[in-house]
Design a protein around this ligand. Structure first.
Ligand SMILES: NC(=O)c1ccc[n+]([C@@H]2O[C@H](COP(=O)([O-])OP(=O)(O)OC[C@H]3O[C@@H](n4cnc5c(N)ncnc54)[C@H](OP(=O)(O)O)[C@@H]3O)[C@@H](O)[C@H]2O)c1
Length: 216
């Protein structure tokens, strides 16, 4: 049997990333958790398993230096699947009311970090999963910066697919996932997680998961 991919999942301290980390681990993969707070990651690791096959690395994707160090760590651990999941959500504000720090932060986390991680880790990767959004396909009021980062990620990823024929690159376009208790309608996170896993190992290049009610 072929060796299972060793996975780095950015933003796996909560939400979809945490669910993906748990599922990959259950499937027998070695997993590196990531988020900004080391203690949170340590607690999640302990909750999932005490086994050495689950590891964690804390850093801020808003910092270029931290992103480079994360890629060095992942390379030293022979990671061969990168899941670019960490993301900052839309601010639900008019473009003119956004502050500069939010604009820089969302571009750095949602777009620059996935590009830099892909660049620094590409040689040893079998593939990449980019967690995009329906905002990477559609346009809407109050989504200016969020959509800019997700459309940017889509452009980057789809062009890279033309250059890399021997690697699987999956772009996931979800909306309305029940990632926390406040979200009462939408897709169950477990179903989304399993769909992503299946789609990647079926060598698919795109997965659209629309959890909205009709007319929403
Ligand atoms: N939830 C949805 O319905 C939905 C819909 C469409 C697309 N998506 C996409 O799915 C992905 C995950 O969404 P989610 O709802 O699960 O998000 P979430 O629950 O808000 O979790 C976001 C993750 O990103 C990490 N993160 C945020 N800023 C970071 C930074 N500066 N440095 C390092 N890590 C950072 C957070 O870590 P810490 O805060 O612990 O540091 C956390 O682990 C995102 O890319 C999002 O755009 C989600």
């Amino acid at each position: 049997m072929a060796k299972l991919d060793k996975v780095l999942i950015t933003g796996s301290s909560k939400g979809l990333g945490k669910s993906l980390a748990t599922y990959f681990f259950e499937k027998g993969h070695e997993v590196i958790l990531h988020g900004r707070d080391e203690l949170t990651l340590k607690n999640i690791k302990t909750k999932i398993s005490e086994a050495d096959s689950i590891d964690y690395y804390a850093c801020d994707l808003n910092s270029e230096k931290d992103v480079v160090n994360l890629s060095k760590y992942a390379n030293s651990k022979n990671v061969n699947l990168l899941i670019n999941n960490a993301g900052i959500h839309c601010a639900n504000k008019d473009f003119i009311d956004l502050d500069i720090s939010y604009i820089n932060n969302i571009i750095n986390v949602n777009l620059r970090a996935p590009i830099l991680l892909s660049y620094s880790m590409l040689k040893t990767l079998n593939g990449i999963i980019n967690i995009n959004s329906m905002s990477g396909i559609e346009t809407k009021k109050f989504r200016t910066l969020y959509a800019a980062t997700k459309w940017g990620l889509k452009g980057f990823s789809n062009c890279l697919k033309h250059e890399l024929e021997n690697k699987t690159i999956l772009d996931v376009y979800p909306t309305n996932i029940k990632t926390n208790k406040q979200i009462v309608h939408g897709m169950e996170i477990d179903i989304v997680t399993k769909s992503i896993y299946k789609s990647y190992y079926n060598n698919e290049s795109e997965l659209i998961l629309d959890g909205r009610k009709k007319n929403e």
